[in-house]
Design a protein around this ligand. Sequence first.
Ligand code: FE2
Ligand code: FE2
Length: 265
Amino acid sequence: MKKILFLGDVVGSAGRKFIFEKLAEIRAGTQADFIIINAENAAAGSGINASITRDFIAAGTDAVTLGDHVWDQRGFETDLPKLEKICRPANLPEENPGATHLILTAPDGFRLLVFTVLAQTFMNPKTSCPFRCAEKKLSELAGTYDAALVEIHGEATSEKIAFGRFLDGRAAAVVGTHTHVVTADECILPAGTAYQTDVGMCGPHSGVIGRETQAVLGRFLDGRPRRFEIAEGEVQINGCLISYDETQRRAVAIERFRLDREVVF
Ligand SMILES: [Fe+2]
Ligand SMILES: [Fe+2]
């Protein structure tokens, strides 16, 4: 049995610090063979940089994934190709730099393919079809991996659910990110793929999807743009823990994972 822990979008320093502090404990507690973290909002809420990427790896993360905020930090396009254990969404135009997938190897030689695609409904980046991109990657890389975790980073639940059904039996797991809100639909699909529409985020939960309430509310009320600071207060780590049976070649369990930090005043 292989255990895969996938954690959703890390938001700001609050999310980062809580993860760095708890990661060893989480690995011991979950017995995870692989820990994969989407860190697309890790740098001040938008994107990531080289030093934060290295901090995630030093803390014990096996792979870092990204989303639509991939290029938000200045200069990251030159840093990304030099970094290890991090990949950008696979269906961005091919001129975009950086690895489009990772293959993680367990001590016993088991190889887990990991990649992210961006969904297209209500999403801004220029992308190719996430369905065809994922299908192509899984078949082109066949023989180089034993199981695959595919992340679908997107807004629309219908697109993510359709994507999960599309890859049922072809991926060990399809996990959703981007909305920052946990969905309660984790399941094993009929052909053995673990699925959850959104695993939620790692960051402050006292505001609006990680941002300070008053600024977001003001924008909704008067329509004027303003700076959205990162929220303060209660911090959660959210994700899912998948159990994959190598002999049956299918996922056998998926459970939501959540850790709360109490606010200390
Ligand atoms: Fe995000
Ligand atoms: Fe996103």
